[in-house]
Ligand binder design. Structure first.
Ligand code: ATP
Ligand code: MG
Length: 625
């Protein structure tokens, strides 16, 4: 047995366990490859302060001598993702694309889409494994530098790159990176598809322009809806509460600081020198002792003292939430509905890592969306339902602005949706099931370190703090929805009452007229009675709540109805997503939608809860479906 003991390289391990990286079936593998490349492109652009413009091209590729098959029949695809980012320096390219666990994001605490240094090289490795083709890269760091072309593969035994080709090439872009991978895959639209991933990416990233060339030859353009970059999140140092004892020992051994006190104040956040000295004294350690000399029981006492000391929560400028108005705008743009709301929770902390939970809700069905799509002949993917076969809510999940499309049921966000008692808000819900109704629930976690349940970054682990924050955000959304539904119900009952009054008005006017010997100004009396009937049944508010003030065809309104507790006025414009926005101070901004004839001007107070109820004649997303 001793002779058989061998080292296992990380590449060999993940070749055998490729499902851990999201390559368990061809359809999902295609999505994972696109996702890794697009996430990297967006991270790189944002880090360099460039407004991202990303092109994704999927092409069906022939296998052997056969002709190129149709997209739906193809088993092999070429994925080409091009960005306008900062490019990658020549020496780094082989390792970035052909060495697992190599990257710039793992060792820092800063919010970004990627964090583990395994994404794009794993996609390349999957391509190599299934098609034998190398990853092809073109990267240019600026107009003065030449564009570099590389073809690389992984030596899986050593987890090192093999450069098959490197040359300078002509490239029509001043800077950026293009990565092309050929993989075994399957293209199918619907839930958890590449199409859905790109659509959801555009909802949560309104500052990105995405161009998608589908394998069917179509070009979909997701235009940029917001022309400024989100504020760049800052890098932070670890918080003392988030450090495990073993890690603390390692820091003591490896620190460059001269004294324990300076180690505590310079290697951790929120520890000023005075507090560091105080903690050392409380643990009976000299603040001037060398960190390397602190070992064993002394180190343990110091660690316990630090954990027992009250230390300020970590700073939150390392987070860049999407923002309530941007969520509303994204939901409004992509999802049909009558009621929209969004909530950004204040920052919170798990294991010393700051995070922010944001939730949103789109509710309602448009009367013109009843046309059912034709039955799909393809089998359904995970999480996919036949449209209309169930009226359960749909949950869309994001982590650091990246849509999560698989492993829904093991995700903390989904569990929190199930655990919320939606019946309290007037929504039906069977025990242990999703709430029923035409509803889309949006949940986003922004953190410097998102606790994914596996390397494929598909579901969020259930830390108590995270679960609690998601629940609080969902409850607030639910409470607002409940208010909206109750108001609408009340308005409907007032409207029925008004109809009954109006039925009798003709009779009453005719009777009065005959009593007066036919000399009564009947039209005037009718108008007066109608005015009373209207004012006794909620007046214009009733019409607004029921969406009857619009002048569209078939009585369909195309204006915006405003609930008392939400932003009053127009549909939300996309706001700068910033932590500052969580402070609820910004008045609602303008957007290019027609204001309601009777809509009230924006009330400052109401910007606090970003809730709008929007009804309109036609919705772009509706037309598509
Ligand atoms: N398009 C790109 N432009 C610039 N740099 C890039 C690009 N793609 C990747 N990189 C660099 O290569 C590194 C490795 O990317 P990779 O996707 O393997 O890991 P990651 O993004 O750090 O983490 P994750 O495994 O979570 O995706 C990144 O950290 C980044 O520095
Ligand atoms: Mg990545």
């Amino acid at each position: 047995m001793g002779a058989r003991q061998r080292e296992i390289s990380v590449s060999e391990f993940f070749t055998k366990n490729r499902h851990l990286l999201g390559f368990d079936n061809p359809r999902k593998a295609l999505l994972t490859c696109v996702k890794e490349a697009v996430d990297n492109a967006l991270d790189a652009c944002e880090e360099a302060g460039i407004l991202p413009e990303v092109t994704v091209q999927l092409e069906a590729v022939a296998v052997g001598a056969a002709a190129v098959p149709a997209a739906s029949q193809a088993t092999r695809f070429r994925i080409t993702v091009t960005d306008n980012g900062p490019g990658i320096v020549r020496q780094q390219i082989p390792r970035v694309f052909a060495k697992l666990l190599y990257g710039s994001k793992f060792h820092r605490l800063r919010m970004s889409r990627g964090q583990q240094g395994i994404g794009i090289s794993a996609a390349g490795m999957y391509g190599q494994l299934t098609t034998g083709k190398p990853v092809k890269i073109i990267s240019r760091t600026g107009s003065r530098a030449a564009a570099q072309y590389f073809a690389v593969q992984i030596d899986t035994k050593k987890n090192e790159p093999l450069v098959l080709e490197n040359k300078t090439v002509e490239w029509d872009r001043p800077q950026g990176t293009q990565v092309a991978i050929e993989v075994e895959g399957r293209y199918q639209k619907g839930r958890a598809s590449v199409d859905e991933y790109l659509e959801q990416t555009s909802i949560a990233n309104p500052h990105v322009r995405l161009i998608y060339r589908t394998p069917e030859g179509e070009t979909k353009d997701y235009p940029r809806a917001y022309h400024e970059l989100p504020p760049s999140p800052k890098e932070i140092k670890p918080h003392p509460y988030g450090i495990e004892f073993g890690m603390f020992l390692k820091m003591l051994q490896e620190s460059k600081s001269q004294t324990v006190s300076s180690l505590l104040s310079s290697d951790f956040c929120r520890v000023p020198p005075a507090l560091a000295d105080e903690m050392c004294k409380a643990a009976k350690v000299s603040p001037r002792a060398k960190p390397r000399d602190i070992r064993g029981a002394v180190a343990e006492t110091l660690y316990q003292t630090i954990q027992a000391t009250k230390i300020m929560a970590p700073p939150t400028n390392c987070l860049s939430p999407i923002g309530e108005k941007a969520i509303l705008s994204g939901l409004y743009k992509q999802i049909k509905g009558e009621f929209y709301t969004a909530v950004s929770r204040p920052p919170s902390v798990y294991r010393g890592n700051p995070f922010i939970i944001e939730a949103g809700l789109a509710f309602g069905k448009a009367p013109d969306s009843v046309a059912k799509p034709e039955k799909q002949s393809m089998p359904l993917a995970e999480g996919e339902h036949e449209e209309g076969d169930s009226e359960l809510a749909r949950v869309i999940r994001y982590a650091n602005r990246v849509p999560l499309l698989y492993q829904q049921s093991s995700c903390a966000t989904f569990k929190a949706v199930l655990a919320t008692t939606w019946r309290n808000y007037g929504i039906t819900q069977s025990r242990g099931a999703l709430p029923a109704g035409p509803m889309v629930i949006f949940v986003h976690i922004a953190s410097v370190w998102v606790p994914f349940t596996s390397e494929s970054k598909e579901a969020i682990a259930e830390y108590d703090e995270i679960h609690k924050e998601i629940t609080l955000a969902l409850r607030e959304c639910g409470r607002r929805l409940g208010l909206f539904l109750r108001r609408r119900e009340r308005a409907a009952s007032e409207f029925r009452r008004r109809n009954i009054f109006e039925l009798y008005i003709e009779e009453v006017v005719a009777a009065c007229n005959s009593l007066k010997g036919g000399k009564l100004p009947t039209e005037k009396l009718k108008a007066q009675l109608q005015k009373i009937a209207s004012s006794r049944t909620g007046g214009i508010k009733t019409d607004e709540t029921l969406g009857k003030t619009g002048a569209g065809p078939e009585g369909l309104p195309h204006s915006i109805i405003v609930t008392a507790e939400g932003i009053e006025g127009e549909a939300p414009a996309i706001a700068v997503p910033a932590v500052a926005e969580v402070s609820e101070k910004q008045p609602p901004a303008k957007q290019n939608r027609k204001p309601a004839a009777k809509a009230k001007p924006a009330k400052k107070k109401s910007s606090k809860s970003a809730t709008v109820s929007i009804a309109r004649k036609a919705h772009p997303a509706r037309k598509k479906k």
